[in-house]
Design a protein around this ligand. Structure first.
Ligand SMILES: Nc1ncnc2c1ncn2[C@@H]1O[C@H](COP(=O)(O)OP(=O)(O)OP(=O)(O)O)[C@@H](O)[C@H]1O
Length: 674
C-alpha cells in the first residue's frame, strides 16, 4: 500500500526529548515522574538499593520499567521492584523473545538504582516507528516485558539501520509481508519526524574545522596509486582548475591546501576514472570526491534544479548510517553554495513524505542511506537514467553482507546507467581484499586504486593504549579515566544497544553529563544526542557501532572502547573519531581476555604499524592465539594493498608510489597479513 505522505506531512513534529543529562536531573535533582521521553530515572532510595542488590547490572523489567507499570500517569519511579528483570533477546531480524538476564550480562555489580526507560507513555507502547524504510522499530515499550510488541529491531547483527529495505529477503522486516489479497499484514506505523532544516547562515554552513598541528605531516604519508595511466597529482587546489565558486567555497571552508587523498583523488575523478580510494580516518575523503564531482557538474550541462514530479539526479551518494549521510549532504551543500546544484538527503527514521517533497523541489546530488533511497526510487519519484556519478562512502561496509544486496539492486533493478556509462567512486579507511574484489564488479576494469598510508591502518595521530580490564572492572576503570579526562569530549563504544543505554544512565548518575546514540533510539533522539555531544552540553557520548564510521565531530579528544569490537576494521574506524584533520587524539581500549582474544593478533599488528606501544601481555595473547589467522571473524582478509597486485593478478599491473620508502606497499607488508 502506498504511503500517504501528503497526510503524513501535516503531522506535528514530535517534541524534543531532553538529553540524558537533563533527564538525570543533574541540574535539578529529581526524578520521580520524569518519564516523558526516554531517558534515565532515579529510583527511590530503597528501590535503588534493592535494584542494586538484586539486579546488578541489568535494567528493564517485565512490567514496569521507567514507569510503565504506573500506566497512564507518567509518574513511574524507574523500576518496579517487584518485577523480575527480563530483557528481550533480539535476533537479527525482529521477533523478540524474552529472556531472563544473567548478572554477567553487563559485567559489574552495583547500579545505584539508576534506571532507564524508553518512552513509556500512558502505559502503552508508543509504537513509534523507527525507520520509514522499515529498518527497525523502536523499543518503545521498554526493554522489559511486552517484548512481543516491542520487538523488531533494525540492524545488521543488531548494529546498523537501513537494512530492511526489501531487497534482502533474509533481513526483510516482517511488516513488509502481504497477505493473499495483497494487503500489508503488518503495516509499519508512519514516521513523522521532520528533522530541523539545515542552517542557512553562511557562517554556520562554512564553520571551519580546526586543522591540527599534524596537518602538514599528511605530506609525509606514503601514497600508492595503482592501475594504468594514472593522472598526476595536484599539489594545490589551484592546480585542479576548479571553477571560481568552488574555489571560493574551498577557502571559505578554511581549506588552505589539499590532503593527500585530495591531491591524488581529485585529478583522478576529474580525468573521468573510476576510483577505489583508501585513506586514513579524518583525512578528507569527503571533499576528495565532492569537489571534483561538483566541478564536473559545473563543467557539464547540469540543469538548474526545479520542481518536477520525477527527479533525475546526476549524482547518487550512499553511506551506511543516517548521521553520516546527513553529514555528507551538509558538506555537499557547503561546497555547492552559490551554484545551481542542489543536493538533497534522504534517510530512514524521518518522514518519507517530507523527504520526497525535498527531492521534488529539485535534486542534482541525491545523498541517501540505502533503505530510504531504494524506497523513494521504487515510489517512482526518482529516476536514475541521468546518473553520472555513483559514490559509495564507507564502501567496504556498503558492500559487506548487510548492504551488498541493496547496492546490487541500486545498480541493476532500476535505470541506473551501466558501469561503462557512469563513474563509480568508492571510499573508505579500510578495504578488505575480498570486498575489493566484490567492489570491482561495480567498476570499470581500469579503475584506479589509491592507498594513502596503509590500507586499513590506524590514523597515526591517535595515541592508542590497550588496558587489560575484565568485564567486572570496566565501569570502575571508565569512571577513573573520565575523572582524569574532565570535560574533554569523549566517545565510549560498547557492543550492544542496551549496554549503551545502561552505561549512559550510569554515567549520568555518576555526574558525567552523558548521552547515547544507537540504532534503537528514535531518529529525533539520535540527532539530539549528537547535537548535545557536538555542542559540549554532554561531553560524553556512549555509542554502538552506528557511530563508528565517518562521523566528523570537532574536539573529540578521546575514544574509549569499553568493549572492543570483533573486527579490526571496526576498531580502526572507531578510534578514527578522534585525531582528525591533523589533530591529535587518544584512544583507550579495554581488553578482556575472556572475550577479545580473537582480535589480539590484528590489534598487535595495527598498533605496531602505527608505531604505538604494544603491551607484552597483549603480544603473549596474540602469540597464544597463533593459529588464528589475520582473517577477521567474517572471513575477510585484512588487505594491505590493491587486491589486483597479489594472487597472480595482472602481471603488467603498474603502480606508482609517491614519497615512498621501498618497504611500503610491497610484498612484505602484504605477506604479514596472510
Ligand atoms: N584540505 C583540507 N583542509 C582543511 N580541512 C580539511 C581538508 N579536507 C578535509 N578537511 C576537514 O577534515 C575533516 C575530516 O574530513 P572527512 O570527514 O572528509 O574525513 P574522512 O577521511 O572522510 O574520515 P572518515 O574515514 O572518518 O570518514 C572535516 O571536518 C573536513 O572538513
Amino acid at each position: 500500500m502506498a504511503e500517504d505522505w501528503d497526510a503524513e506531512f501535516g503531522t506535528e513534529p514530535t517534541a524534543v526529548i531532553p538529553s540524558f543529562f537533563d533527564m538525570a536531573g543533574l541540574r535539578s535533582p529529581v526524578k520521580e515522574g520524569a518519564i516523558n521521553g526516554n531517558q534515565i530515572f532515579e529510583s527511590k532510595g530503597s528501590e535503588a538499593a534493592n535494584f542494586g542488590k538484586r539486579c546488578s547490572n541489568t535494567f528493564g523489567n517485565s512490567t514496569g520499567f521507567g514507569g510503565f507499570g504506573k500506566q497512564g500517569s507518567g509518574d513511574g519511579n524507574g523500576f518496579d521492584t517487584n518485577s523480575s528483570y527480563i530483557f528481550e533477546k533480539q535476533p537479527v531480524a525482529g521477533f523478540a523473545e524474552t529472556t531472563t538476564v544473567n548478572e554477567s550480562e553487563f559485567g559489574s555489580r552495583v547500579v545505584r538504582g539508576c534506571g532507564f526507560g524508553r518512552g513509556n507513555r500512558g502505559g502503552f507502547p508508543r509504537s513509534s516507528p523507527q525507520n520509514g524504510d522499515g529498518s527497525g522499530f523502536s523499543s518503545s515499550c521498554g526493554r522489559g516485558g511486552f517484548s512481543s510488541t516491542s520487538g523488531i529491531r533494525g540492524g545488521y547483527r543488531g548494529r546498523n539501520e537501513d537494512i530492511f529495505s526489501g531487497s534482502n529477503p533474509k533481513l526483510r522486516a516482517p511488516w513488509n509481508s502481504t497477505d493473499s489479497e495483497g494487503n500489508n499484514k503488518n503495516q509499519a506505523p508512519k514516521v513523522t519526524y521532520v528533522p530541523p532544516p539545515p542552517p542557512e547562515e553562511e557562517s554556520a554552513i562554512f564553520a571551519p574545522y580546526q586543522t591540527g598541528i599534524n596537518f602538514d605531516k599528511y605530506d609525509e604519508i606514503l601514497v600508492d596509486v595503482s592501475g594504468f595511466n594514472v593522472p598526476s597529482a595536484i599539489l594545490t587546489f589551484a592546480e585542479a582548475h576548479l571553477c571560481e565558486t568552488l574555489n571560493k567555497n574551498i577557502s571559505k571552508a578554511g581549506y588552505l591546501k589539499p590532503t593527500p587523498v585530495q591531491k591524488h583523488g581529485v585529478p583522478i575523478v576529474l580525468a573521468g576514472r573510476d576510483l577505489m580510494a583508501c585513506a586514513q580516518t579524518g583525512s578528507g575523503k569527503t571533499a576528495a570526491f565532492l569537489l571534483p564531482i561538483l566541478e564536473m557538474l559545473m563543467r557539464g550541462d547540469v540543469a538548474a534544479s526545479q520542481f518536477k514530479e520525477l527527479q533525475e539526479p546526476e549524482v547518487v551518494i550512499v553511506a551506511p548510517t543516517r548521521e553520516l549521510i546527513n553529514q555528507i549532504y551538509l558538506e555537499a551543500r557547503k561546497f555547492s553554495f552559490g551554484t545551481i546544484i542542489r543536493p538533497v538527503v534522504v534517510y530512514g527514521g524521518t518522514s518519507t513524505g517530507h523527504q520526497i517533497r525535498q527531492v521534488l523541489q529539485g535534486c542534482n546530488v541525491l545523498c541517501g542511506t540505502p533503505g530510504r533511497l531504494l524506497d523513494i526510487i521504487s515510489k517512482g519519484k526518482v529516476g536514475l537514467s541521468k546518473v553520472q556519478f555513483l559514490v559509495l562512502d564507507e564502501a567496504d561496509r556498503m558492500l559487506d553482507m548487510g548492504f551488498e544486496p541493496d547496492m546490487r539492486k541500486l545498480v541493476t533493478a532500476f535505470d541506473m546507467p551501466s558501469k561503462q556509462n557512469r563513474q563509480t567512486l568508492m571510499f573508505s579507511a579500510t578495504f578488505p581484499e575480498e570486498i575489493q574484489r566484490m567492489a570491482a564488479d561495480f567498476m570499470k576494469t581500469d579503475y584506479l586504486f589509491l592507498a594513502v598510508g596503509q590500507v586499513g591502518g590506524a590514523c597515526g595521530d591517535v595515541h592508542q593504549t590497550i588496558l587489560q580490564v575484565d568485564q567486572y572492572s570496566k565501569r570502575n576503570k571508565l569512571i577513573e579515566i573520565l575523572t582524569n579526562i574532565g570535560i574533554e569530549r569523549t566517545m565510549v563504544f560498547v557492543d550492544t544497544k542496551r549496554k549503551a543505554d545502561f552505561l549512559a544512565a550510569f554515567l549520568c548518575q555518576e555526574n558525567f553529563p552523558t548521552t547515547s546514540i544507537h540504532g534503537d533510539r528514535e531518529q529525533r533522539e539520535r540527532e539530539q544526542a549528537l547535537g548535545d555531544f557536538r555542542s559540549g552540553k554532554c561531553p560524553v557520548l556512549v555509542a554502538t557501532a552506528v557511530a563508528a564510521r565517518g562521523l566528523d565531530i570537532e574536539h573529540v579528544q578521546h575514544v574509549i572502547n569499553f568493549d572492543l569490537p570483533s573486527t579490526i576494521d571496526e576498531y580502526v574506524h572507531r578510534i578514527g573519531r578522534t585525531g582528525r584533520c591533523g589533530n591529535v587524539g587518544k584512544a583507550i581500549s579495554f581488553f578482556d581476555s575472556n572475550t577479545d582474544l580473537r582480535i589480539a593478533r590484528t590489534l598487535v599488528k595495527v598498533l605496531s604499524d602505527a608505531q604505538q606501544e604494544v603491551p607484552t601481555w597483549l603480544e603473549e595473547f596474540a602469540f597464544a592465539a597463533y593459529g588464528t589467522s589475520y582473517h577477521n571473524p567474517l572471513g575477510k582478509v585484512f588487505a594491505s594493498v590493491d587486491s589486483r597486485k597479489g594472487l597472480g593478478g595482472n602481471k603488467d599491473f603498474s603502480s606508482y608510489e609517491a614519497n615512498l620508502p621501498v618497504t611500503y606497499a610491497g610484498k612484505d607488508h602484504e605477506d604479514a597479513w596472510e
